[in-house]
Design a protein. Sequence first.
Length: 300
Amino acid sequence: MNKTINESNSTLKQETNFAKRLWVIIPVVLLVGLFSTLIYNHYNEFSWKGFVDGFNQEFLVFFGIGVFAQLVDGALGMGYGATSTSFLLAYGIPPAISSTGVHVAEMFTTGASAISHHRFGNINEKLVRHLLIPGVLGSIAGAYLLSDVIDGDVIKPFIAVYMIVLAVIIIRKALKKNVIKKKTKKLGILATFGGFMDAVGGGGWGPIVTSTLLGRGRHPRYTIGSVNAAEFAVSFASGITFMLFGGINGWQVIIGLILGGVIAAPIAAVLVNKIKRKPMMIAVGILIIILSLKTLSKLL
């Protein structure tokens, strides 16, 4: 009897350990497959001389942007797309190359971020499952529509205003002595909308999904870790869609963003555990307001 129970417990433990390893195995396999495919399809664009010449002052700028954007996104759960795109455009990189570079780089940086957050125990697996599929479907739809049907700039003012409203709610809740946790309903609709707006507007998964969940009183550590983990699938889906329709340009930008983001991802995951709840929520709110006002000022 005891032998049967022990065997059953051993089998259950092995299944649990395998399920936990999948959180690392799946992102790694997808990223290796993506990297191999990119090199195979664009090998003519790579050469040793081009590779060496690429590591210049401009590359260091893109690398620095990647580090900063990932620290913001990984520690606060939002802002990678908006932050990196704003810096690239300000530096003089054309919008088409900026958009492609950010979306392709996010496929790698969000994978590294998801693995890091899992390593440091920042993920609520149940929350990730609720966000994953709806977010992916929304991102694919948004990327397809942006490629063929609509102009993303038309929607940006509306999402910027929405972010500011959410930021005010978050800061207000952070300043309260007691934040009452409320059940978040219709997570699927929230994730679909976040994925759609992220693809269409060049950013928005974190500000929409993370802000809403934090505004409902969810714990920042597990909210940020879970939203970042789901963002890997969302970014991968939209990135593949953009690549199919638009191709790839600006390798120096992409590689700089990827290397900077991958290096910064573990640091950001550690910062989630070090930063206290209220200062983190206030920082999230202020960040959203700054980025949203910057977006509105450019559009106006």
